[in-house]
Ligand binder design. Structure first.
Ligand code: HEC
Length: 451
């Protein structure tokens, strides 16, 4: 995270000109069209309109001792960075979420994106010279929860089981560092997992841990271990992995965790750092309706990037039973520009499910679909994954004079998606479909269905 936050490309939808064009027709909440026409967007003030947006969407990272290099805790700080803030939010680069707006499924859990109205308010406020407004309008300061607490603790209490990495000494200086210890789970009985969360140490770990993925290894009869995919996946700012209520993942005695962690020195030593995995179980004896797993789905094809060149990879997957796609996370390095998943249903109909066209390797998100919107794929559906790569002067993260290909160093490329899948049967699929239909009827009878 020590590098400057740079975009890979502009998203054409959010070019400055277009945002301004939007503004001309947009009515901000609380304003009349007439006032807008009269040029009264001067009305947008820091205390009333902007502070709430910054508090709720930015301060979690932009405050002292958090991950961002600058603090947005008061008016002066925010005003000082106003132009950069406008630029970053108008291009949807901050908050760092990078999920396409208006493309594919839009209903996501823990969605960090600002609304169009919030973006427009910030742009207008900056264009109007960052007026402070009436101090009486200023919202109460945010109350930050105890930093030592697990994010899911409010909802679930402390975790039932905690598994740690082995201690790692993070030096003050240097580049990317990888730490992959294998540790026992210390499970004494088989349990179904309800939720998981990876937590770096606080405050130091919060800044130097770039990502940390605990992979589950299952002991086989022949004494070898079989990798079963990630249990969870942590990247800065991420909440834990929530397993949908009708599905669960199993953990057994003898299982091990292979950690895949990525540290980035931030200018001070962090001796003996440990990262924790917290696990919440369903009660003993619980039987889930479906099992769920999170695993890597590879995209094939040579990634051969000539100087100035581009490349594309694709992966195809078909299950022999119906499935529900619960989450999608693209994985690539600095050349990955975008990734998409698409369904080709047995009747030939195609649907684009999810798209990240401004991928940034420094922010890893698992985009978790809302329970009622997670795509259902009947038996025989083909999931098509497509990745696009860019080694051009437009991509500031690459040296576009060089050749690149597949590999595991940061400068090499990779191509896969992490996808959480609930494994259904025909009956389960039908039941979910019927429940969703019934729900959508209720909403449409309730009114216009909006919330
Ligand atoms: C999850 C953490 C996180 C959240 C949430 C977040 N930021 Fe950031 N932001 C960062 C980090 C980390 C950097 C430094 C990135 C870098 O420069 O490499 C950054 C950098 C920036 C920059 C400087 C970029 C540049 O190079 O000019 C601006 C401006 C910014 N953020 C604005 C915002 C605003 C406005 C919000 C809320 C609407 C926000 N950020 C939300 C983590 C966050």
């Amino acid at each position: 995270m020590a590098t400057r936050f740079v975009r890979l490309t502009d998203h054409p939808l959010f070019s400055g000109a277009l945002v301004l064009a939007f503004l001309a027709v947009l009515v901000l909440p609380g304003q009349t069209l007439l006032a807008q026409e009269a040029g009264a967007d001067e009305d947008v003030t820091y205390t009333r309109d902007i502070a709430p947006i910054i508090q709720q969407n930015c301060q979690i990272c932009h405050r002292p001792a958090s991950v961002a290099p600058m603090s947005f805790m008061d008016y002066r700080d925010v005003r000082r960075y106003a132009r950069r803030i406008k630029d970053q939010v108008a291009r949807r680069l901050m908050p760092p979420y990078h999920y396409d707006t208006g493309n594919g499924i839009q209903d996501l859990k823990n969605d960090w994106r600002l609304s169009e109205e919030e973006i427009d308010a910030i742009v207008t406020w900056v264009d109007n010279g960052t007026p402070e407004g009436d101090l009486a309008d200023m919202p109460e300061a945010m109350v930050w929860r105890d930093e030592q607490m697990w994010q899911q603790e409010d909802r679930l209490g402390p975790p039932d089981h905690v598994i740690k990495t082995l201690p790692f000494d993070v030096p003050a200086d240097g580049g990317d560092m990888w730490w992959r210890p294998v540790v026992p789970t210390e499970m004494t009985s088989e349990r179904w997992i309800r939720a998981m969360e990876v937590r770096p140490s606080f405050p130091a770990g919060r800044q130097v841990v770039h990502h940390a993925n605990p992979k589950l290894l299952r002991l086989k009869d022949d004494g070898d271990y079989q990798p079963l995919g990630n249990l969870s996946e942590y990247a800065m700012g991420k909440i834990g992995e929530i397993v949908p209520e009708d599905a669960a993942r199993l953990i057994k005695p003898g299982d091990k965790i292979e950690w895949d962690t990525h540290y980035y020195p931030m200018g001070y030593e962090v001796p003996g750092d440990q990262i924790e995995l917290g696990i919440w179980f369903y009660p003993e004896g619980f039987e889930p309706q479906f099992t769920q797993n999170l695993r890597l789905y590879p995209l094939q094809g040579d990634i051969f990037l000539e100087p100035g060149g581009t490349s594309m990879t694709q992966g195809f997957y078909r299950w022999d039973h119906p499935v529900r796609i619960d989450s999608f996370q693209p994985h690539g390095h600095v050349h990955l520009h975008g990734m998409q998943i698409k369904a080709i249903y047995p009747d030939g109909k195609q649907e684009m499910l999810s798209m990240v066209s401004d991928f940034d390797a420094r922010w890893h998100h698992s985009y978790i679909f809302d329970d009622d919107k997670a795509p259902l794929l009947p038996t025989g559906t083909v999931l098509v994954m497509t990745g696009w790569y860019e080694n051009t002067a437009d991509n500031p993260l690459t040296d576009s004079e060089m050749f690149y290909s597949r590999g595991s160093r940061t400068v090499d490329e990779m191509s896969h998606a992490w996808i959480a899948v609930s494994h259904l049967d025909e009956e389960g699929l039908e039941r979910i479909e019927t429940e969703r239909e019934a729900k959508s009827k209720v909403t449409s009878e309730d009114g216009d269905g909006s919330n």
